[in-house]
Design a protein around this ligand. Structure first.
Ligand code: PMT
Length: 410
């Protein structure tokens, strides 16, 4: 899950349906986490859900009355099922019992939640929770096939110990991971069917078996871009230098250490990529020679290290005849705009995202500011956490990528 209010769920209207399952107690945590992410929530419970957790609990946590009855005049006059159906940006049913899955597959309207789902044109996500035999039963699986074919998103289930004492698939996915899944769904899938290749982090160039030339890149910016690209529906390959970060879900990660290894991995993936984003802080120089044994200190004597240039990965990709849409980065301590525009031209890129670095800016910190340039335009992306900044950058990239391709195909 991303930081509170940095989530794509911020401001989204979500109807949370809670159905009869022992896992219903987890919906209290889910309500809290969805609200932490900034979502606007309304909770609808089935009668059997009320046997497992009280409406008062979910009312208190969500800050709004919980709707239960389809035929309750008071509830209908407050926010009737049709109004609720129109209000929702998303409907999430968690936990979704085998019963509600069957009823939704059949389009039944025998309670408020199922009527609401049928009356709504909003997308629907279900997080199933049930005994593992009920889950694997062909009846449930057939119902899920029907629902999936209608575009319903199914989150999980997880497997492990079950409340009934059995083991297997059917546990409700943890609330935090349900929120992460929802964050993915709410972002428009403008990169569906596209492949995006991203580099991130530093490279280490060995001096001897224990020393290297490196830099302060943490990989945070590049990993945030990988997450934003997956959220936008892309198939993402992330070539990462040595960093200590968790791979965003759905991203294919390849770890490398040196500029040369990064170049080789980029070369093997780039031909099938639609967009290449070079966010890595690749070493510009490496030792001409890597000693096989640790260099010994010689008292009162200087040590000279001879360096040679590494290959410029992004420039090499840009020289290819068949090349993807290429986005470079520029890390500058001064004259950011001039240097960035010079790099855009010299390296023959489609876009460049420039950031001021040094003195606690750019490298390793959680926030950043970018000045983005392309051949006939530019945009400032003001300071934001890197996860949000990456989404804003991805929007600009998609716009320019589409603009370039519409010119090509016109
Ligand atoms: O990782 P973080 O801690 O989150 O920090 C993010 C960042 C500051 C590293 C990132 O935002 C950034 O600026 N990345 C690019 C750093 C860099 O190497 O900039 P540069 O101006 O030296 O290089 C220009 C471009 O050439 C970059 O796209 C770079 O990836 C590419 N390059 C550079 C050298 C080389 N041998 N091969 C390359 O492909």
């Amino acid at each position: 899950m991303t930081e509170p209010l940095d989530s794509p769920l911020a401001g989204k209207h979500i109807v949370l349906g809670v159905t009869g399952s022992i896992a219903a107690y987890k919906s209290a945590d889910l309500v809290r986490r969805l609200r932490d992410a900034g979502a606007e929530l309304r909770v609808v419970m089935t009668k059997s859900a009320c046997e497992f957790i009280t409406p008062l609990t979910l009312q208190t946590l969500s800050g709004h009355p919980v709707a239960i009855d389809l035929l309750d005049a008071d509830q209908e006059s407050a926010m009737g099922h049709i109004t609720l159906a129109r209000w929702a940006d998303w409907i999430l049913v968690a936990p979704a019992s085998a019963d509600v899955i069957a009823r939704l597959a059949q389009g039944r309207t025998d309670d408020l939640l199922s009527a609401l789902c049928l009356a709504s044109e909003s997308p629907l996500a279900l997080a199933p929770a049930m005994n593992n035999k009920m889950w694997s039963n062909p009846a449930t699986q057939d119902n899920l096939t029907v629902l999936r074919s209608r575009g319903v998103q199914i989150i999980g289930p997880a497997s492990g110990d079950q409340a009934c004492g059995e083991q297997g698939e059917g546990r409700l996915v943890e609330p935090l991971n349900i929120v992460v899944a929802m964050e993915r769904y709410v972002v428009p899938k403008r990169l569906l069917g596209k492949k995006v290749l991203i580099t991130a982090g530093p490279t280490y160039e060995a001096i001897d078996p224990v020393r290297f030339i490196g830099n302060r890149s943490s990989g945070k910016m590049g990993f945030a871009i990988a997450q934003a690209a997956v959220e936008a529906g892309a198939e993402v390959t992330l070539i990462a230098g040595p960093v200590h970060l968790t791979t965003p879900t759905g991203v294919k990660r390849v770890d490398v250490e040196t500029a040369q290894a990064m170049f080789e991995q980029v070369s093997s993936a780039v031909a099938e990529s639609d967009i290449f984003i070079s966010c890595a802080a690749v070493a510009d120089y490496r030792p001409c020679q890597t000693e096989t044994k640790k260099i010994k200190k010689i008292a009162n004597s200087e040590l000279e290290l001879k360096l040679e240039p590494t290959i410029d990965i992004v420039a090499a990709v840009a020289k290819q005849q068949l090349k993807p849409f290429i986005v470079g980065f520029a890390a500058e301590t001064q004259d950011v705009t001039e240097y960035a525009q010079e790099k855009l031209q010299r390296k023959n890129l489609d876009m460049i995202a420039a950031n001021q670095v040094g003195n606690g800016l750019g490298f390793a910190v959680d926030t950043n500011t970018l000045s983005v340039f392309w051949h006939n335009g530019s945009q400032e992306l003001p300071i934001a956490v890197k996860t949000q900044l990456a989404r804003d950058l991805m929007m600009l990239i998609i716009e320019q990528y589409n603009a370039k391709n519409s010119i090509k195909t016109a």
